[in-house]
Write a protein that binds this ligand. Structure first.
Ligand code: AMP
Ligand code: MG
Length: 491
């Protein structure tokens, strides 16, 4: 049962990139969940992770000899305001492991104790939010959306003090890397072009190796990140995911979703939907996400200006051209996703408008986003299927005329109805982490130490594109959704 072998490329960067942090043991660590398939994917021994030494590592109590735990420094625009120094205030990067596919992956503990970047925070996390990150990041992965993963959750046996006293928890997070737009901003805001250049090299080496031989690597990197983020946000939008805190420090260069705080999946469709308690003005509302991503990427472009070209005007032009490509890239990605959701394999110019008109009817009728698209996949196959789709809408006029248009559009298709149904079901999940289901699972785990509801929900979310006839209580919207439902950052 060998311990993991850590590499330390990030910890070995010059000193100004991260602070070494000693172990800060917790009182009574208890392993609550271990992600065995992920452990195996990473080439880690599940039995070792469950052993005393493994749990000690996952709790931040003691580390294998070759781990070099560090807290990384970064800056970030939080709700549009620049904070020149944020950094890992409650997280510890243990190092990198090389997974079975040969990819380098970070292992980080979140909730592991104070660091020089904690400011007024305690460096800890409550157990509920740690479990929430585990559940939702794993659900995103099962949906096929690029995301950081969760390896384990440990209960610390210590209280954390928030509005109430809560049990503490630590989530072990796995990421392609933790390099954020805010990491670039930290160094660029200090005029440290050398550090930015170093980050460019590291990010290209880890995430975009095909760009290594490009004639202008920083520019090629900017284009590549913009493309990945456009695709990522389109995927979020097409499953109704609302990140909730799209600050620049919560946007990765790798293109993975990161930092599951007050995120939520939308129930009733509406572009202004927002759940986060800290987002009073709806800056990060569902429909604003593409615009915010675009804005964040412009902040990334600014950090690269000195590296794009020796002449400032030329650099600005290159950056502007790259950034201006975002809306088109996003539209192409979202249209492709919506076509799949409508069962369209042939491309027609009117497809985006057809999809947007469906969304407008959904908005006007308080239709549940997930249920509407899933039931649309059955609307063609039987009168009952059609009827159950119509029932998602409060009134039928708008949707009936839309169905007429959709049916006409289907006549352009060459795929069979059965193929179409399969295609639609692969694009529109039957189950997502609904707020009521997540709340119930976390409450049982935290209040009653009962992980059974959590495990049941987690197992269903691992297979989101299949129907689960015995899981209507979790798959369907709440009978009486709480209009004032809010999610919290959990810090
Ligand atoms: P987040 O909301 O997770 O994106 O965090 C924003 C910033 O606040 C990051 O620098 C975090 O490390 C820091 N932070 C969040 N919670 C805590 C905490 N409990 N203690 C110390 N720092 C924290
Ligand atoms: Mg963050």
């Amino acid at each position: 049962m060998p311990a993991p072998r850590f590499l330390n490329a990030y910890a070995d960067l010059p000193e100004r990139f991260a602070a070494a942090i000693p172990a800060q043991p917790v009182k009574a660590p208890r392993l609550l969940i271990l992600n065995r398939p992920l452990a195996e994917e990473l080439g880690l021994e599940p039995a070792w992770l469950e052993s005393e030494a493994g749990v000690a590592m996952l709790a931040g109590n003691a580390f294998p000899a070759d781990a070099k735990p560090v807290a990384t420094v970064y800056a970030g625009h939080q709700f549009g305001h620049f904070s020149p120094r944020l950094g890992d205030g409650r997280a510890l990067l243990l190092g990198e492991v090389v997974d079975r596919a040969g990819q380098r992956r970070d292992i980080q503990l979140k909730g592991s104790g104070p660091t020089p970047f904690s400011r007024r925070g305690d460096g800890r996390s409550a157990l509920g939010p740690a479990l929430r990150e585990y559940l939702i990041s794993e659900a995103m992965a099962a949906l096929g959306i690029p995301t950081t993963r969760s390896l384990a959750v440990v209960a610390t046996g210590e209280p954390v003090f928030r509005e109430t006293i809560q049990p503490g928890g630590i989530v072990a997070r796995v990421a392609a890397s933790h390099i954020r737009v805010g990491t670039f901003q930290y160094f660029a805001s200090q005029g440290d072009t050398e550090a930015v250049a170093l980050l460019v090299r590291m990010v290209i080496g880890r995430h975009y190796p095909h760009l290594e031989t490009h004639e202008n690597p920083p520019l090629a990197l900017l284009h590549a990140v913009i493309e990945r983020q456009a695709s990522l946000i389109a995927r979020w939008m097409n499953v109704g995911f609302i990140h909730g805190v799209m600050n620049t420090d919560n946007m990765t260069l790798s293109g993975e979703t990161i930092d599951y705080g007050p995120c939520a999946f939308m129930d009733a469709y509406g572009s202004a939907r927002v759940f986060s308690s800290i987002d009073a003005y709806g800056r990060y509302a569902y429909g604003n996400q593409p615009r915010i991503a675009h804005w964040n990427l412009a902040r990334l472009a600014e950090t690269l200006l000195p590296l794009l070209a020796p002449e400032p005007e030329k650099a600005l032009q290159l950056a502007t051209d790259a950034i201006d490509a975002f809306p088109k890239l996003f539209e192409a990605a979202t249209t492709a996703g919506l076509r799949a959701k409508l069962g369209l394999a042939v491309e027609d110019n009117g497809d985006l408008a057809l999809a947007q008109d469906l969304l407008a009817v959904m908005a006007a009728n308080g239709a549940d986003f997930t249920l509407a698209f899933r039931r649309l996949s059955e609307a063609e196959s039987s009168p009952e299927g059609l009827d159950s789709f119509r029932q998602v809408f409060a009134t039928t006029g708008g949707i009936d005329s839309w169905i007429g248009r959709w049916t006409m559009r289907l006549s352009l298709e060459v795929t069979s109805p059965a193929e179409r149904r399969a295609r639609m079901q692969a694009a529109s999940p039957a189950i997502i982490p609904r707020n009521h289901a997540v709340e119930a699972a976390l409450e049982a785990a935290v209040m009653n130490d009962d992980l059974a509801p959590f495990r049941r929900l987690h197992a269903l979310l691992a297979d989101p594109y299949s129907d689960h006839a015995d899981a209507n209580d979790l798959a369907l919207p709440h009978a009486a959704p709480d209009p004032g439902y809010r999610t919290f950052c959990g810090t």
